[in-house]
Design a protein around this ligand. Structure first.
Ligand code: GDP
Length: 188
């Protein structure tokens, strides 16, 4: 069976999106990450897979973060043939600030590293730009253009609608992402 795999920094709304897509709650462990992951559930013919959230959290060490990243990278390498689509969830309202902070420290933001890694692996991936409700309506196109640019996609973002899906998981507004997934499922 084919898989749709969700990745994303902690707190971007990945569990909320997983619930919207599958109707299943991701089990929450005492310590985020590692043991209970990856969590899989089947919807129709497709497995939805939730990977641990990466990035800084309360009491997360640099070593823990590296472990999480390795787990994600190895999963994609080992399951590449089954994976129909990778969904990288971001908080569209804070992504640019976070990327600036990393780049200010001379580091490549994890999102950008993973985005390029998925491309290099030849996997189809889509950016789920979540929490769009937190951005004022008139600013949304501009924000999406900047996010695209950061990931190496020339603006306007509207020419990348197979790769960028603006959503609001909490409000159940995930149609652009459903459309991308449906197209992949249809050709699978
Ligand atoms: P995860 O750590 O990525 O799994 O994130 P969660 O799904 O637990 O969500 C983290 C927080 O973001 C929660 O308070 C959610 O209610 C909130 N959240 C999730 N999706 C959205 C959204 O589309 N808009 C807004 N404003 N908040 C959201």
């Amino acid at each position: 069976s084919k898989e749709v795999v969700l990745i994303g920094r902690s707190n971007v709304g990945k569990s909320t999106l997983f619930w919207e897509l599958t109707g299943k709650k991701v089990p929450i462990g005492k310590r985020p990450g590692i043991t209970q992951y990856p969590f899989k559930t089947k919807v129709g013919n497709i497995f939805y897979v939730d990977m641990p959230g990466y990035g800084f959290m309360f009491r997360t060490t640099k070593a823990d973060q590296e472990k999480t990243k390795d787990l994600i990278v190895h999963y994609f390498e080992e399951h590449a043939r089954e994976i129909l689509l990778a969904v990288q969830v971001i908080d569209a309202a804070s992504f640019l600030d976070i990327a600036d902070r990393w780049e200010g420290r001379g580091e490549v933001p994890m999102e950008i590293e993973l985005w390029e890694f998925l491309d290099d692996l030849g996997l189809d991936s889509v950016l789920a730009a979540n929490k769009m409700d937190r951005i004022a309506k008139q600013d949304r196109d501009g924000a999406l253009d900047l996010i695209c640019e950061r990931l190496g996609m020339l603006p306007p973002w509207t020419q990348w609608q197979d790769r960028v899906a603006p959503i609001s998981a909490k409000r159940g507004q995930i149609e652009p992402l459903r459309a991308v997934i449906s197209r992949k499922v249809a050709v699978a």
